[in-house]
Design a protein around this ligand. Structure first.
Ligand SMILES: [Zn+2]
Length: 98
């Protein structure tokens, strides 16, 4: 009577991993693309930290639920279609020889 032998199920704690915020740049192919979302503005800034590439872009109309990875996917779509404005802000002076 009154058996209390129920084994506690070992709960596997699922650590909330921080979603990635750096992605592969479609221009230079390095994992240097950073996405920062301004949730108040509903916009996102996309920039490549590879100074030889310097890709800069921004997206507007970002839904609040979007994570960086969602913005990245949206950006890649638009980039492939050529409907997003992209600038290249190569930070270093032009007379640096390769
Ligand atoms: Zn790049």
């Amino acid at each position: 009577m009154g058996r209390r032998s129920r084994k506690r199920y070992k709960s596997v704690s699922f650590k909330m991993r921080k979603p990635p915020t750096t992605f592969q740049c479609p221009t230079c192919g390095l994992m240097t693309l950073t996405i920062s979302i301004d949730r108040d503005e509903g916009s996102a800034l996309i920039s490549c930290s590879n100074y030889k590439c310097g890709l800069r872009s921004s997206l507007v109309g970002i839904p609040k639920i979007y994570q960086e990875v969602d913005v990245y996917a949206k950006f890649l779509d638009k980039f492939a279609e050529g409907v997003v404005e992209v600038t290249y802000n190569k930070g270093v002076s032009d007379d640096v020889e390769e």
